[in-house]
Design a protein around this ligand. Structure first.
Ligand code: HEM
Ligand code: HEM
Length: 173
């Protein structure tokens, strides 16, 4: 039987999509930064380039999107946060961007590996990895590929265009 793919609000798909694209980029560029400048537990072959700058740029793109996503999730998306794996993904994201904003780009260049925000940022890195694996697994367990794909659909219903976004963002569920 062919059940229809669930419809997800366009603003949620946009914010979730940008977040789900930028977090893996931050994760991977962070891995290279870690390997190049710290390397306590893992050292990859050194990749050329200023990876702290590259990671910082991904971070600068991510944090405003993540804040708007959090606003959406806490208002219109509040009922979905009763799913613990959804809430964990959001908490991991907030901790990663919060600790990222406390980071100074020169700490790792000058070998200062013991700053508290840096430890927090590393912890957030681990937490967001676990949370996103849990979240992806929970989505697949609850609704399979059909449910996972619903977040990547492109069609938009007539009353769900950009003009309805400010209202959606602030609507409490
Ligand atoms: C999913 C994992 C990660 C996320 C979401 C993330 C996110 C961020 C964000 C939002 C910023 C602030 C950018 C800004 O506004 O200036 C930042 C900064 C930074 N992060 Fe990460 N980060 C992650 C993992 C890592 C890892 C593993 C490392 C390396 C050990 C790292 C090292 C840094 C450094 C050095 C900065 C300062 C860069 C600068 O100010 O130019 N991050 N991160
Ligand atoms: C970077 C990674 C991700 C983060 C930070 C993230 C975060 C979130 C958050 C916070 C929610 C709840 C939104 C709300 O309350 O309105 C959510 C929902 C959802 N996410 Fe993700 N997500 C990520 C990756 C993924 C991936 C890879 C998939 C596909 C397997 C996915 C599929 C979904 C689906 C289907 C929902 C709706 C769940 C529901 O209605 O309970 N997400 N996501």
């Amino acid at each position: 039987m062919n059940r229809p793919i669930p419809y997800q609000p366009s603003l949620l798909r946009l914010l979730h999509g940008c977040t789900a694209l930028l977090v893996p980029l931050a994760w991977l560029s962070g891995l290279v930064v870690f390997s190049n400048h710290d390397g306590r537990w893992l050292r990859l072959p050194t990749l050329p380039g200023d990876w702290i700058d590259i990671h910082g740029t991904v971070g600068v793109l991510l944090w405003p999107v993540a804040l708007v996503f959090a606003l959406y999730a806490l208002n219109a998306g509040r009922s979905r946060l009763r799913q613990p794996a959804n809430a964990a993904a959001l908490i991991g994201l907030m901790l990663a961007i919060g600790s990222g904003k406390l980071m100074q780009e020169d700490w790792l260049r000058t070998g200062q590996l013991d700053a508290f925000p840096y430890h927090l940022h590393l912890l957030a890195w681990l937490l967001i990895s676990g949370a996103v694996i849990w979240h992806g697994g929970a989505v697949l367990r609850r609704g399979g590929w059909r449910f996972a794909r619903s977040m990547a659909q492109l069609q938009v219903r007539e009353n769900d265009g950009p003009r309805s976004w400010p209202r959606q963002l602030l609507r409490r569920r």
